[in-house]
Write a protein that binds this ligand. Structure first.
Ligand code: SME
Length: 163
């Protein structure tokens, strides 16, 4: 695995994602333990983008259970279909919430969080976890984040299939 990240400071958000993706690939390369990879990807995204909260919830029976994350303490369990995370799981799609105050059923783990993006992670066509990223800014996430966070999740999915 890579020992450290080289984080560009002057690029656009898209350039930053493009520069970091190969580094994220190297970071999890050769490691097949899912918790170890979730932990390092959480840390890498937090370190690179200063997101307010970034982490994973893992499917366990009918709910999501808190996994590796970086940020303030968080809710530990989310039911299927509940909140932004449970919605992304149920609908099997990326969910972007520009303003969490306007998302019915949003689960507020920290009142500072204002916008959110959730990307489901699949194994054999089933959602087995979600990547959740929160910002303290309204309307922080757009299609660029959706595209590249999806690619980060794809890297993790590929590491699972090698396990
Ligand atoms: N807001 C999420 C809950 C998880 S926290 O943001 C860390 C939701 O509504 O599912």
């Amino acid at each position: 695995m890579a020992e450290s990240l080289t984080i560009p400071t002057t690029f656009s958000k898209e350039e930053k994602y493009k520069t970091l993706l190969p580094q994220f690939k190297a970071l999890i390369g050769g490691e097949t333990d899912v918790i170890a990879n979730f932990a390092n990807i959480s840390a890498a995204l937090k370190q690179a983008f200063y997101f307010f909260w970034v982490g994973f919830y893992i499917v366990k029976r009918d709910e999501l259970v808190l996994g590796p994350f970086q940020g303030t303490i968080a809710c530990t369990r989310i039911k299927y279909g509940k909140g932004v995370c449970g919605t992304a799981w149920k609908e099997k799609r990326v969910v972007i919430v520009p303003d969490v105050n306007e998302f019915p059923g949003h689960i507020a783990c920290d009142a500072l969080s204002q916008s959110e993006i959730v990307v489901p992670l699949f194994y054999k066509d089933e959602v087995i976890a979600v990547l959740d990223v929160d910002s303290e800014l309204i309307n922080h996430f757009d299609q660029i984040d959706a595209t590249y966070l999806q690619q980060v999740v794809n890297l993790l999915e590929a590491s699972l299939s090698e396990a």
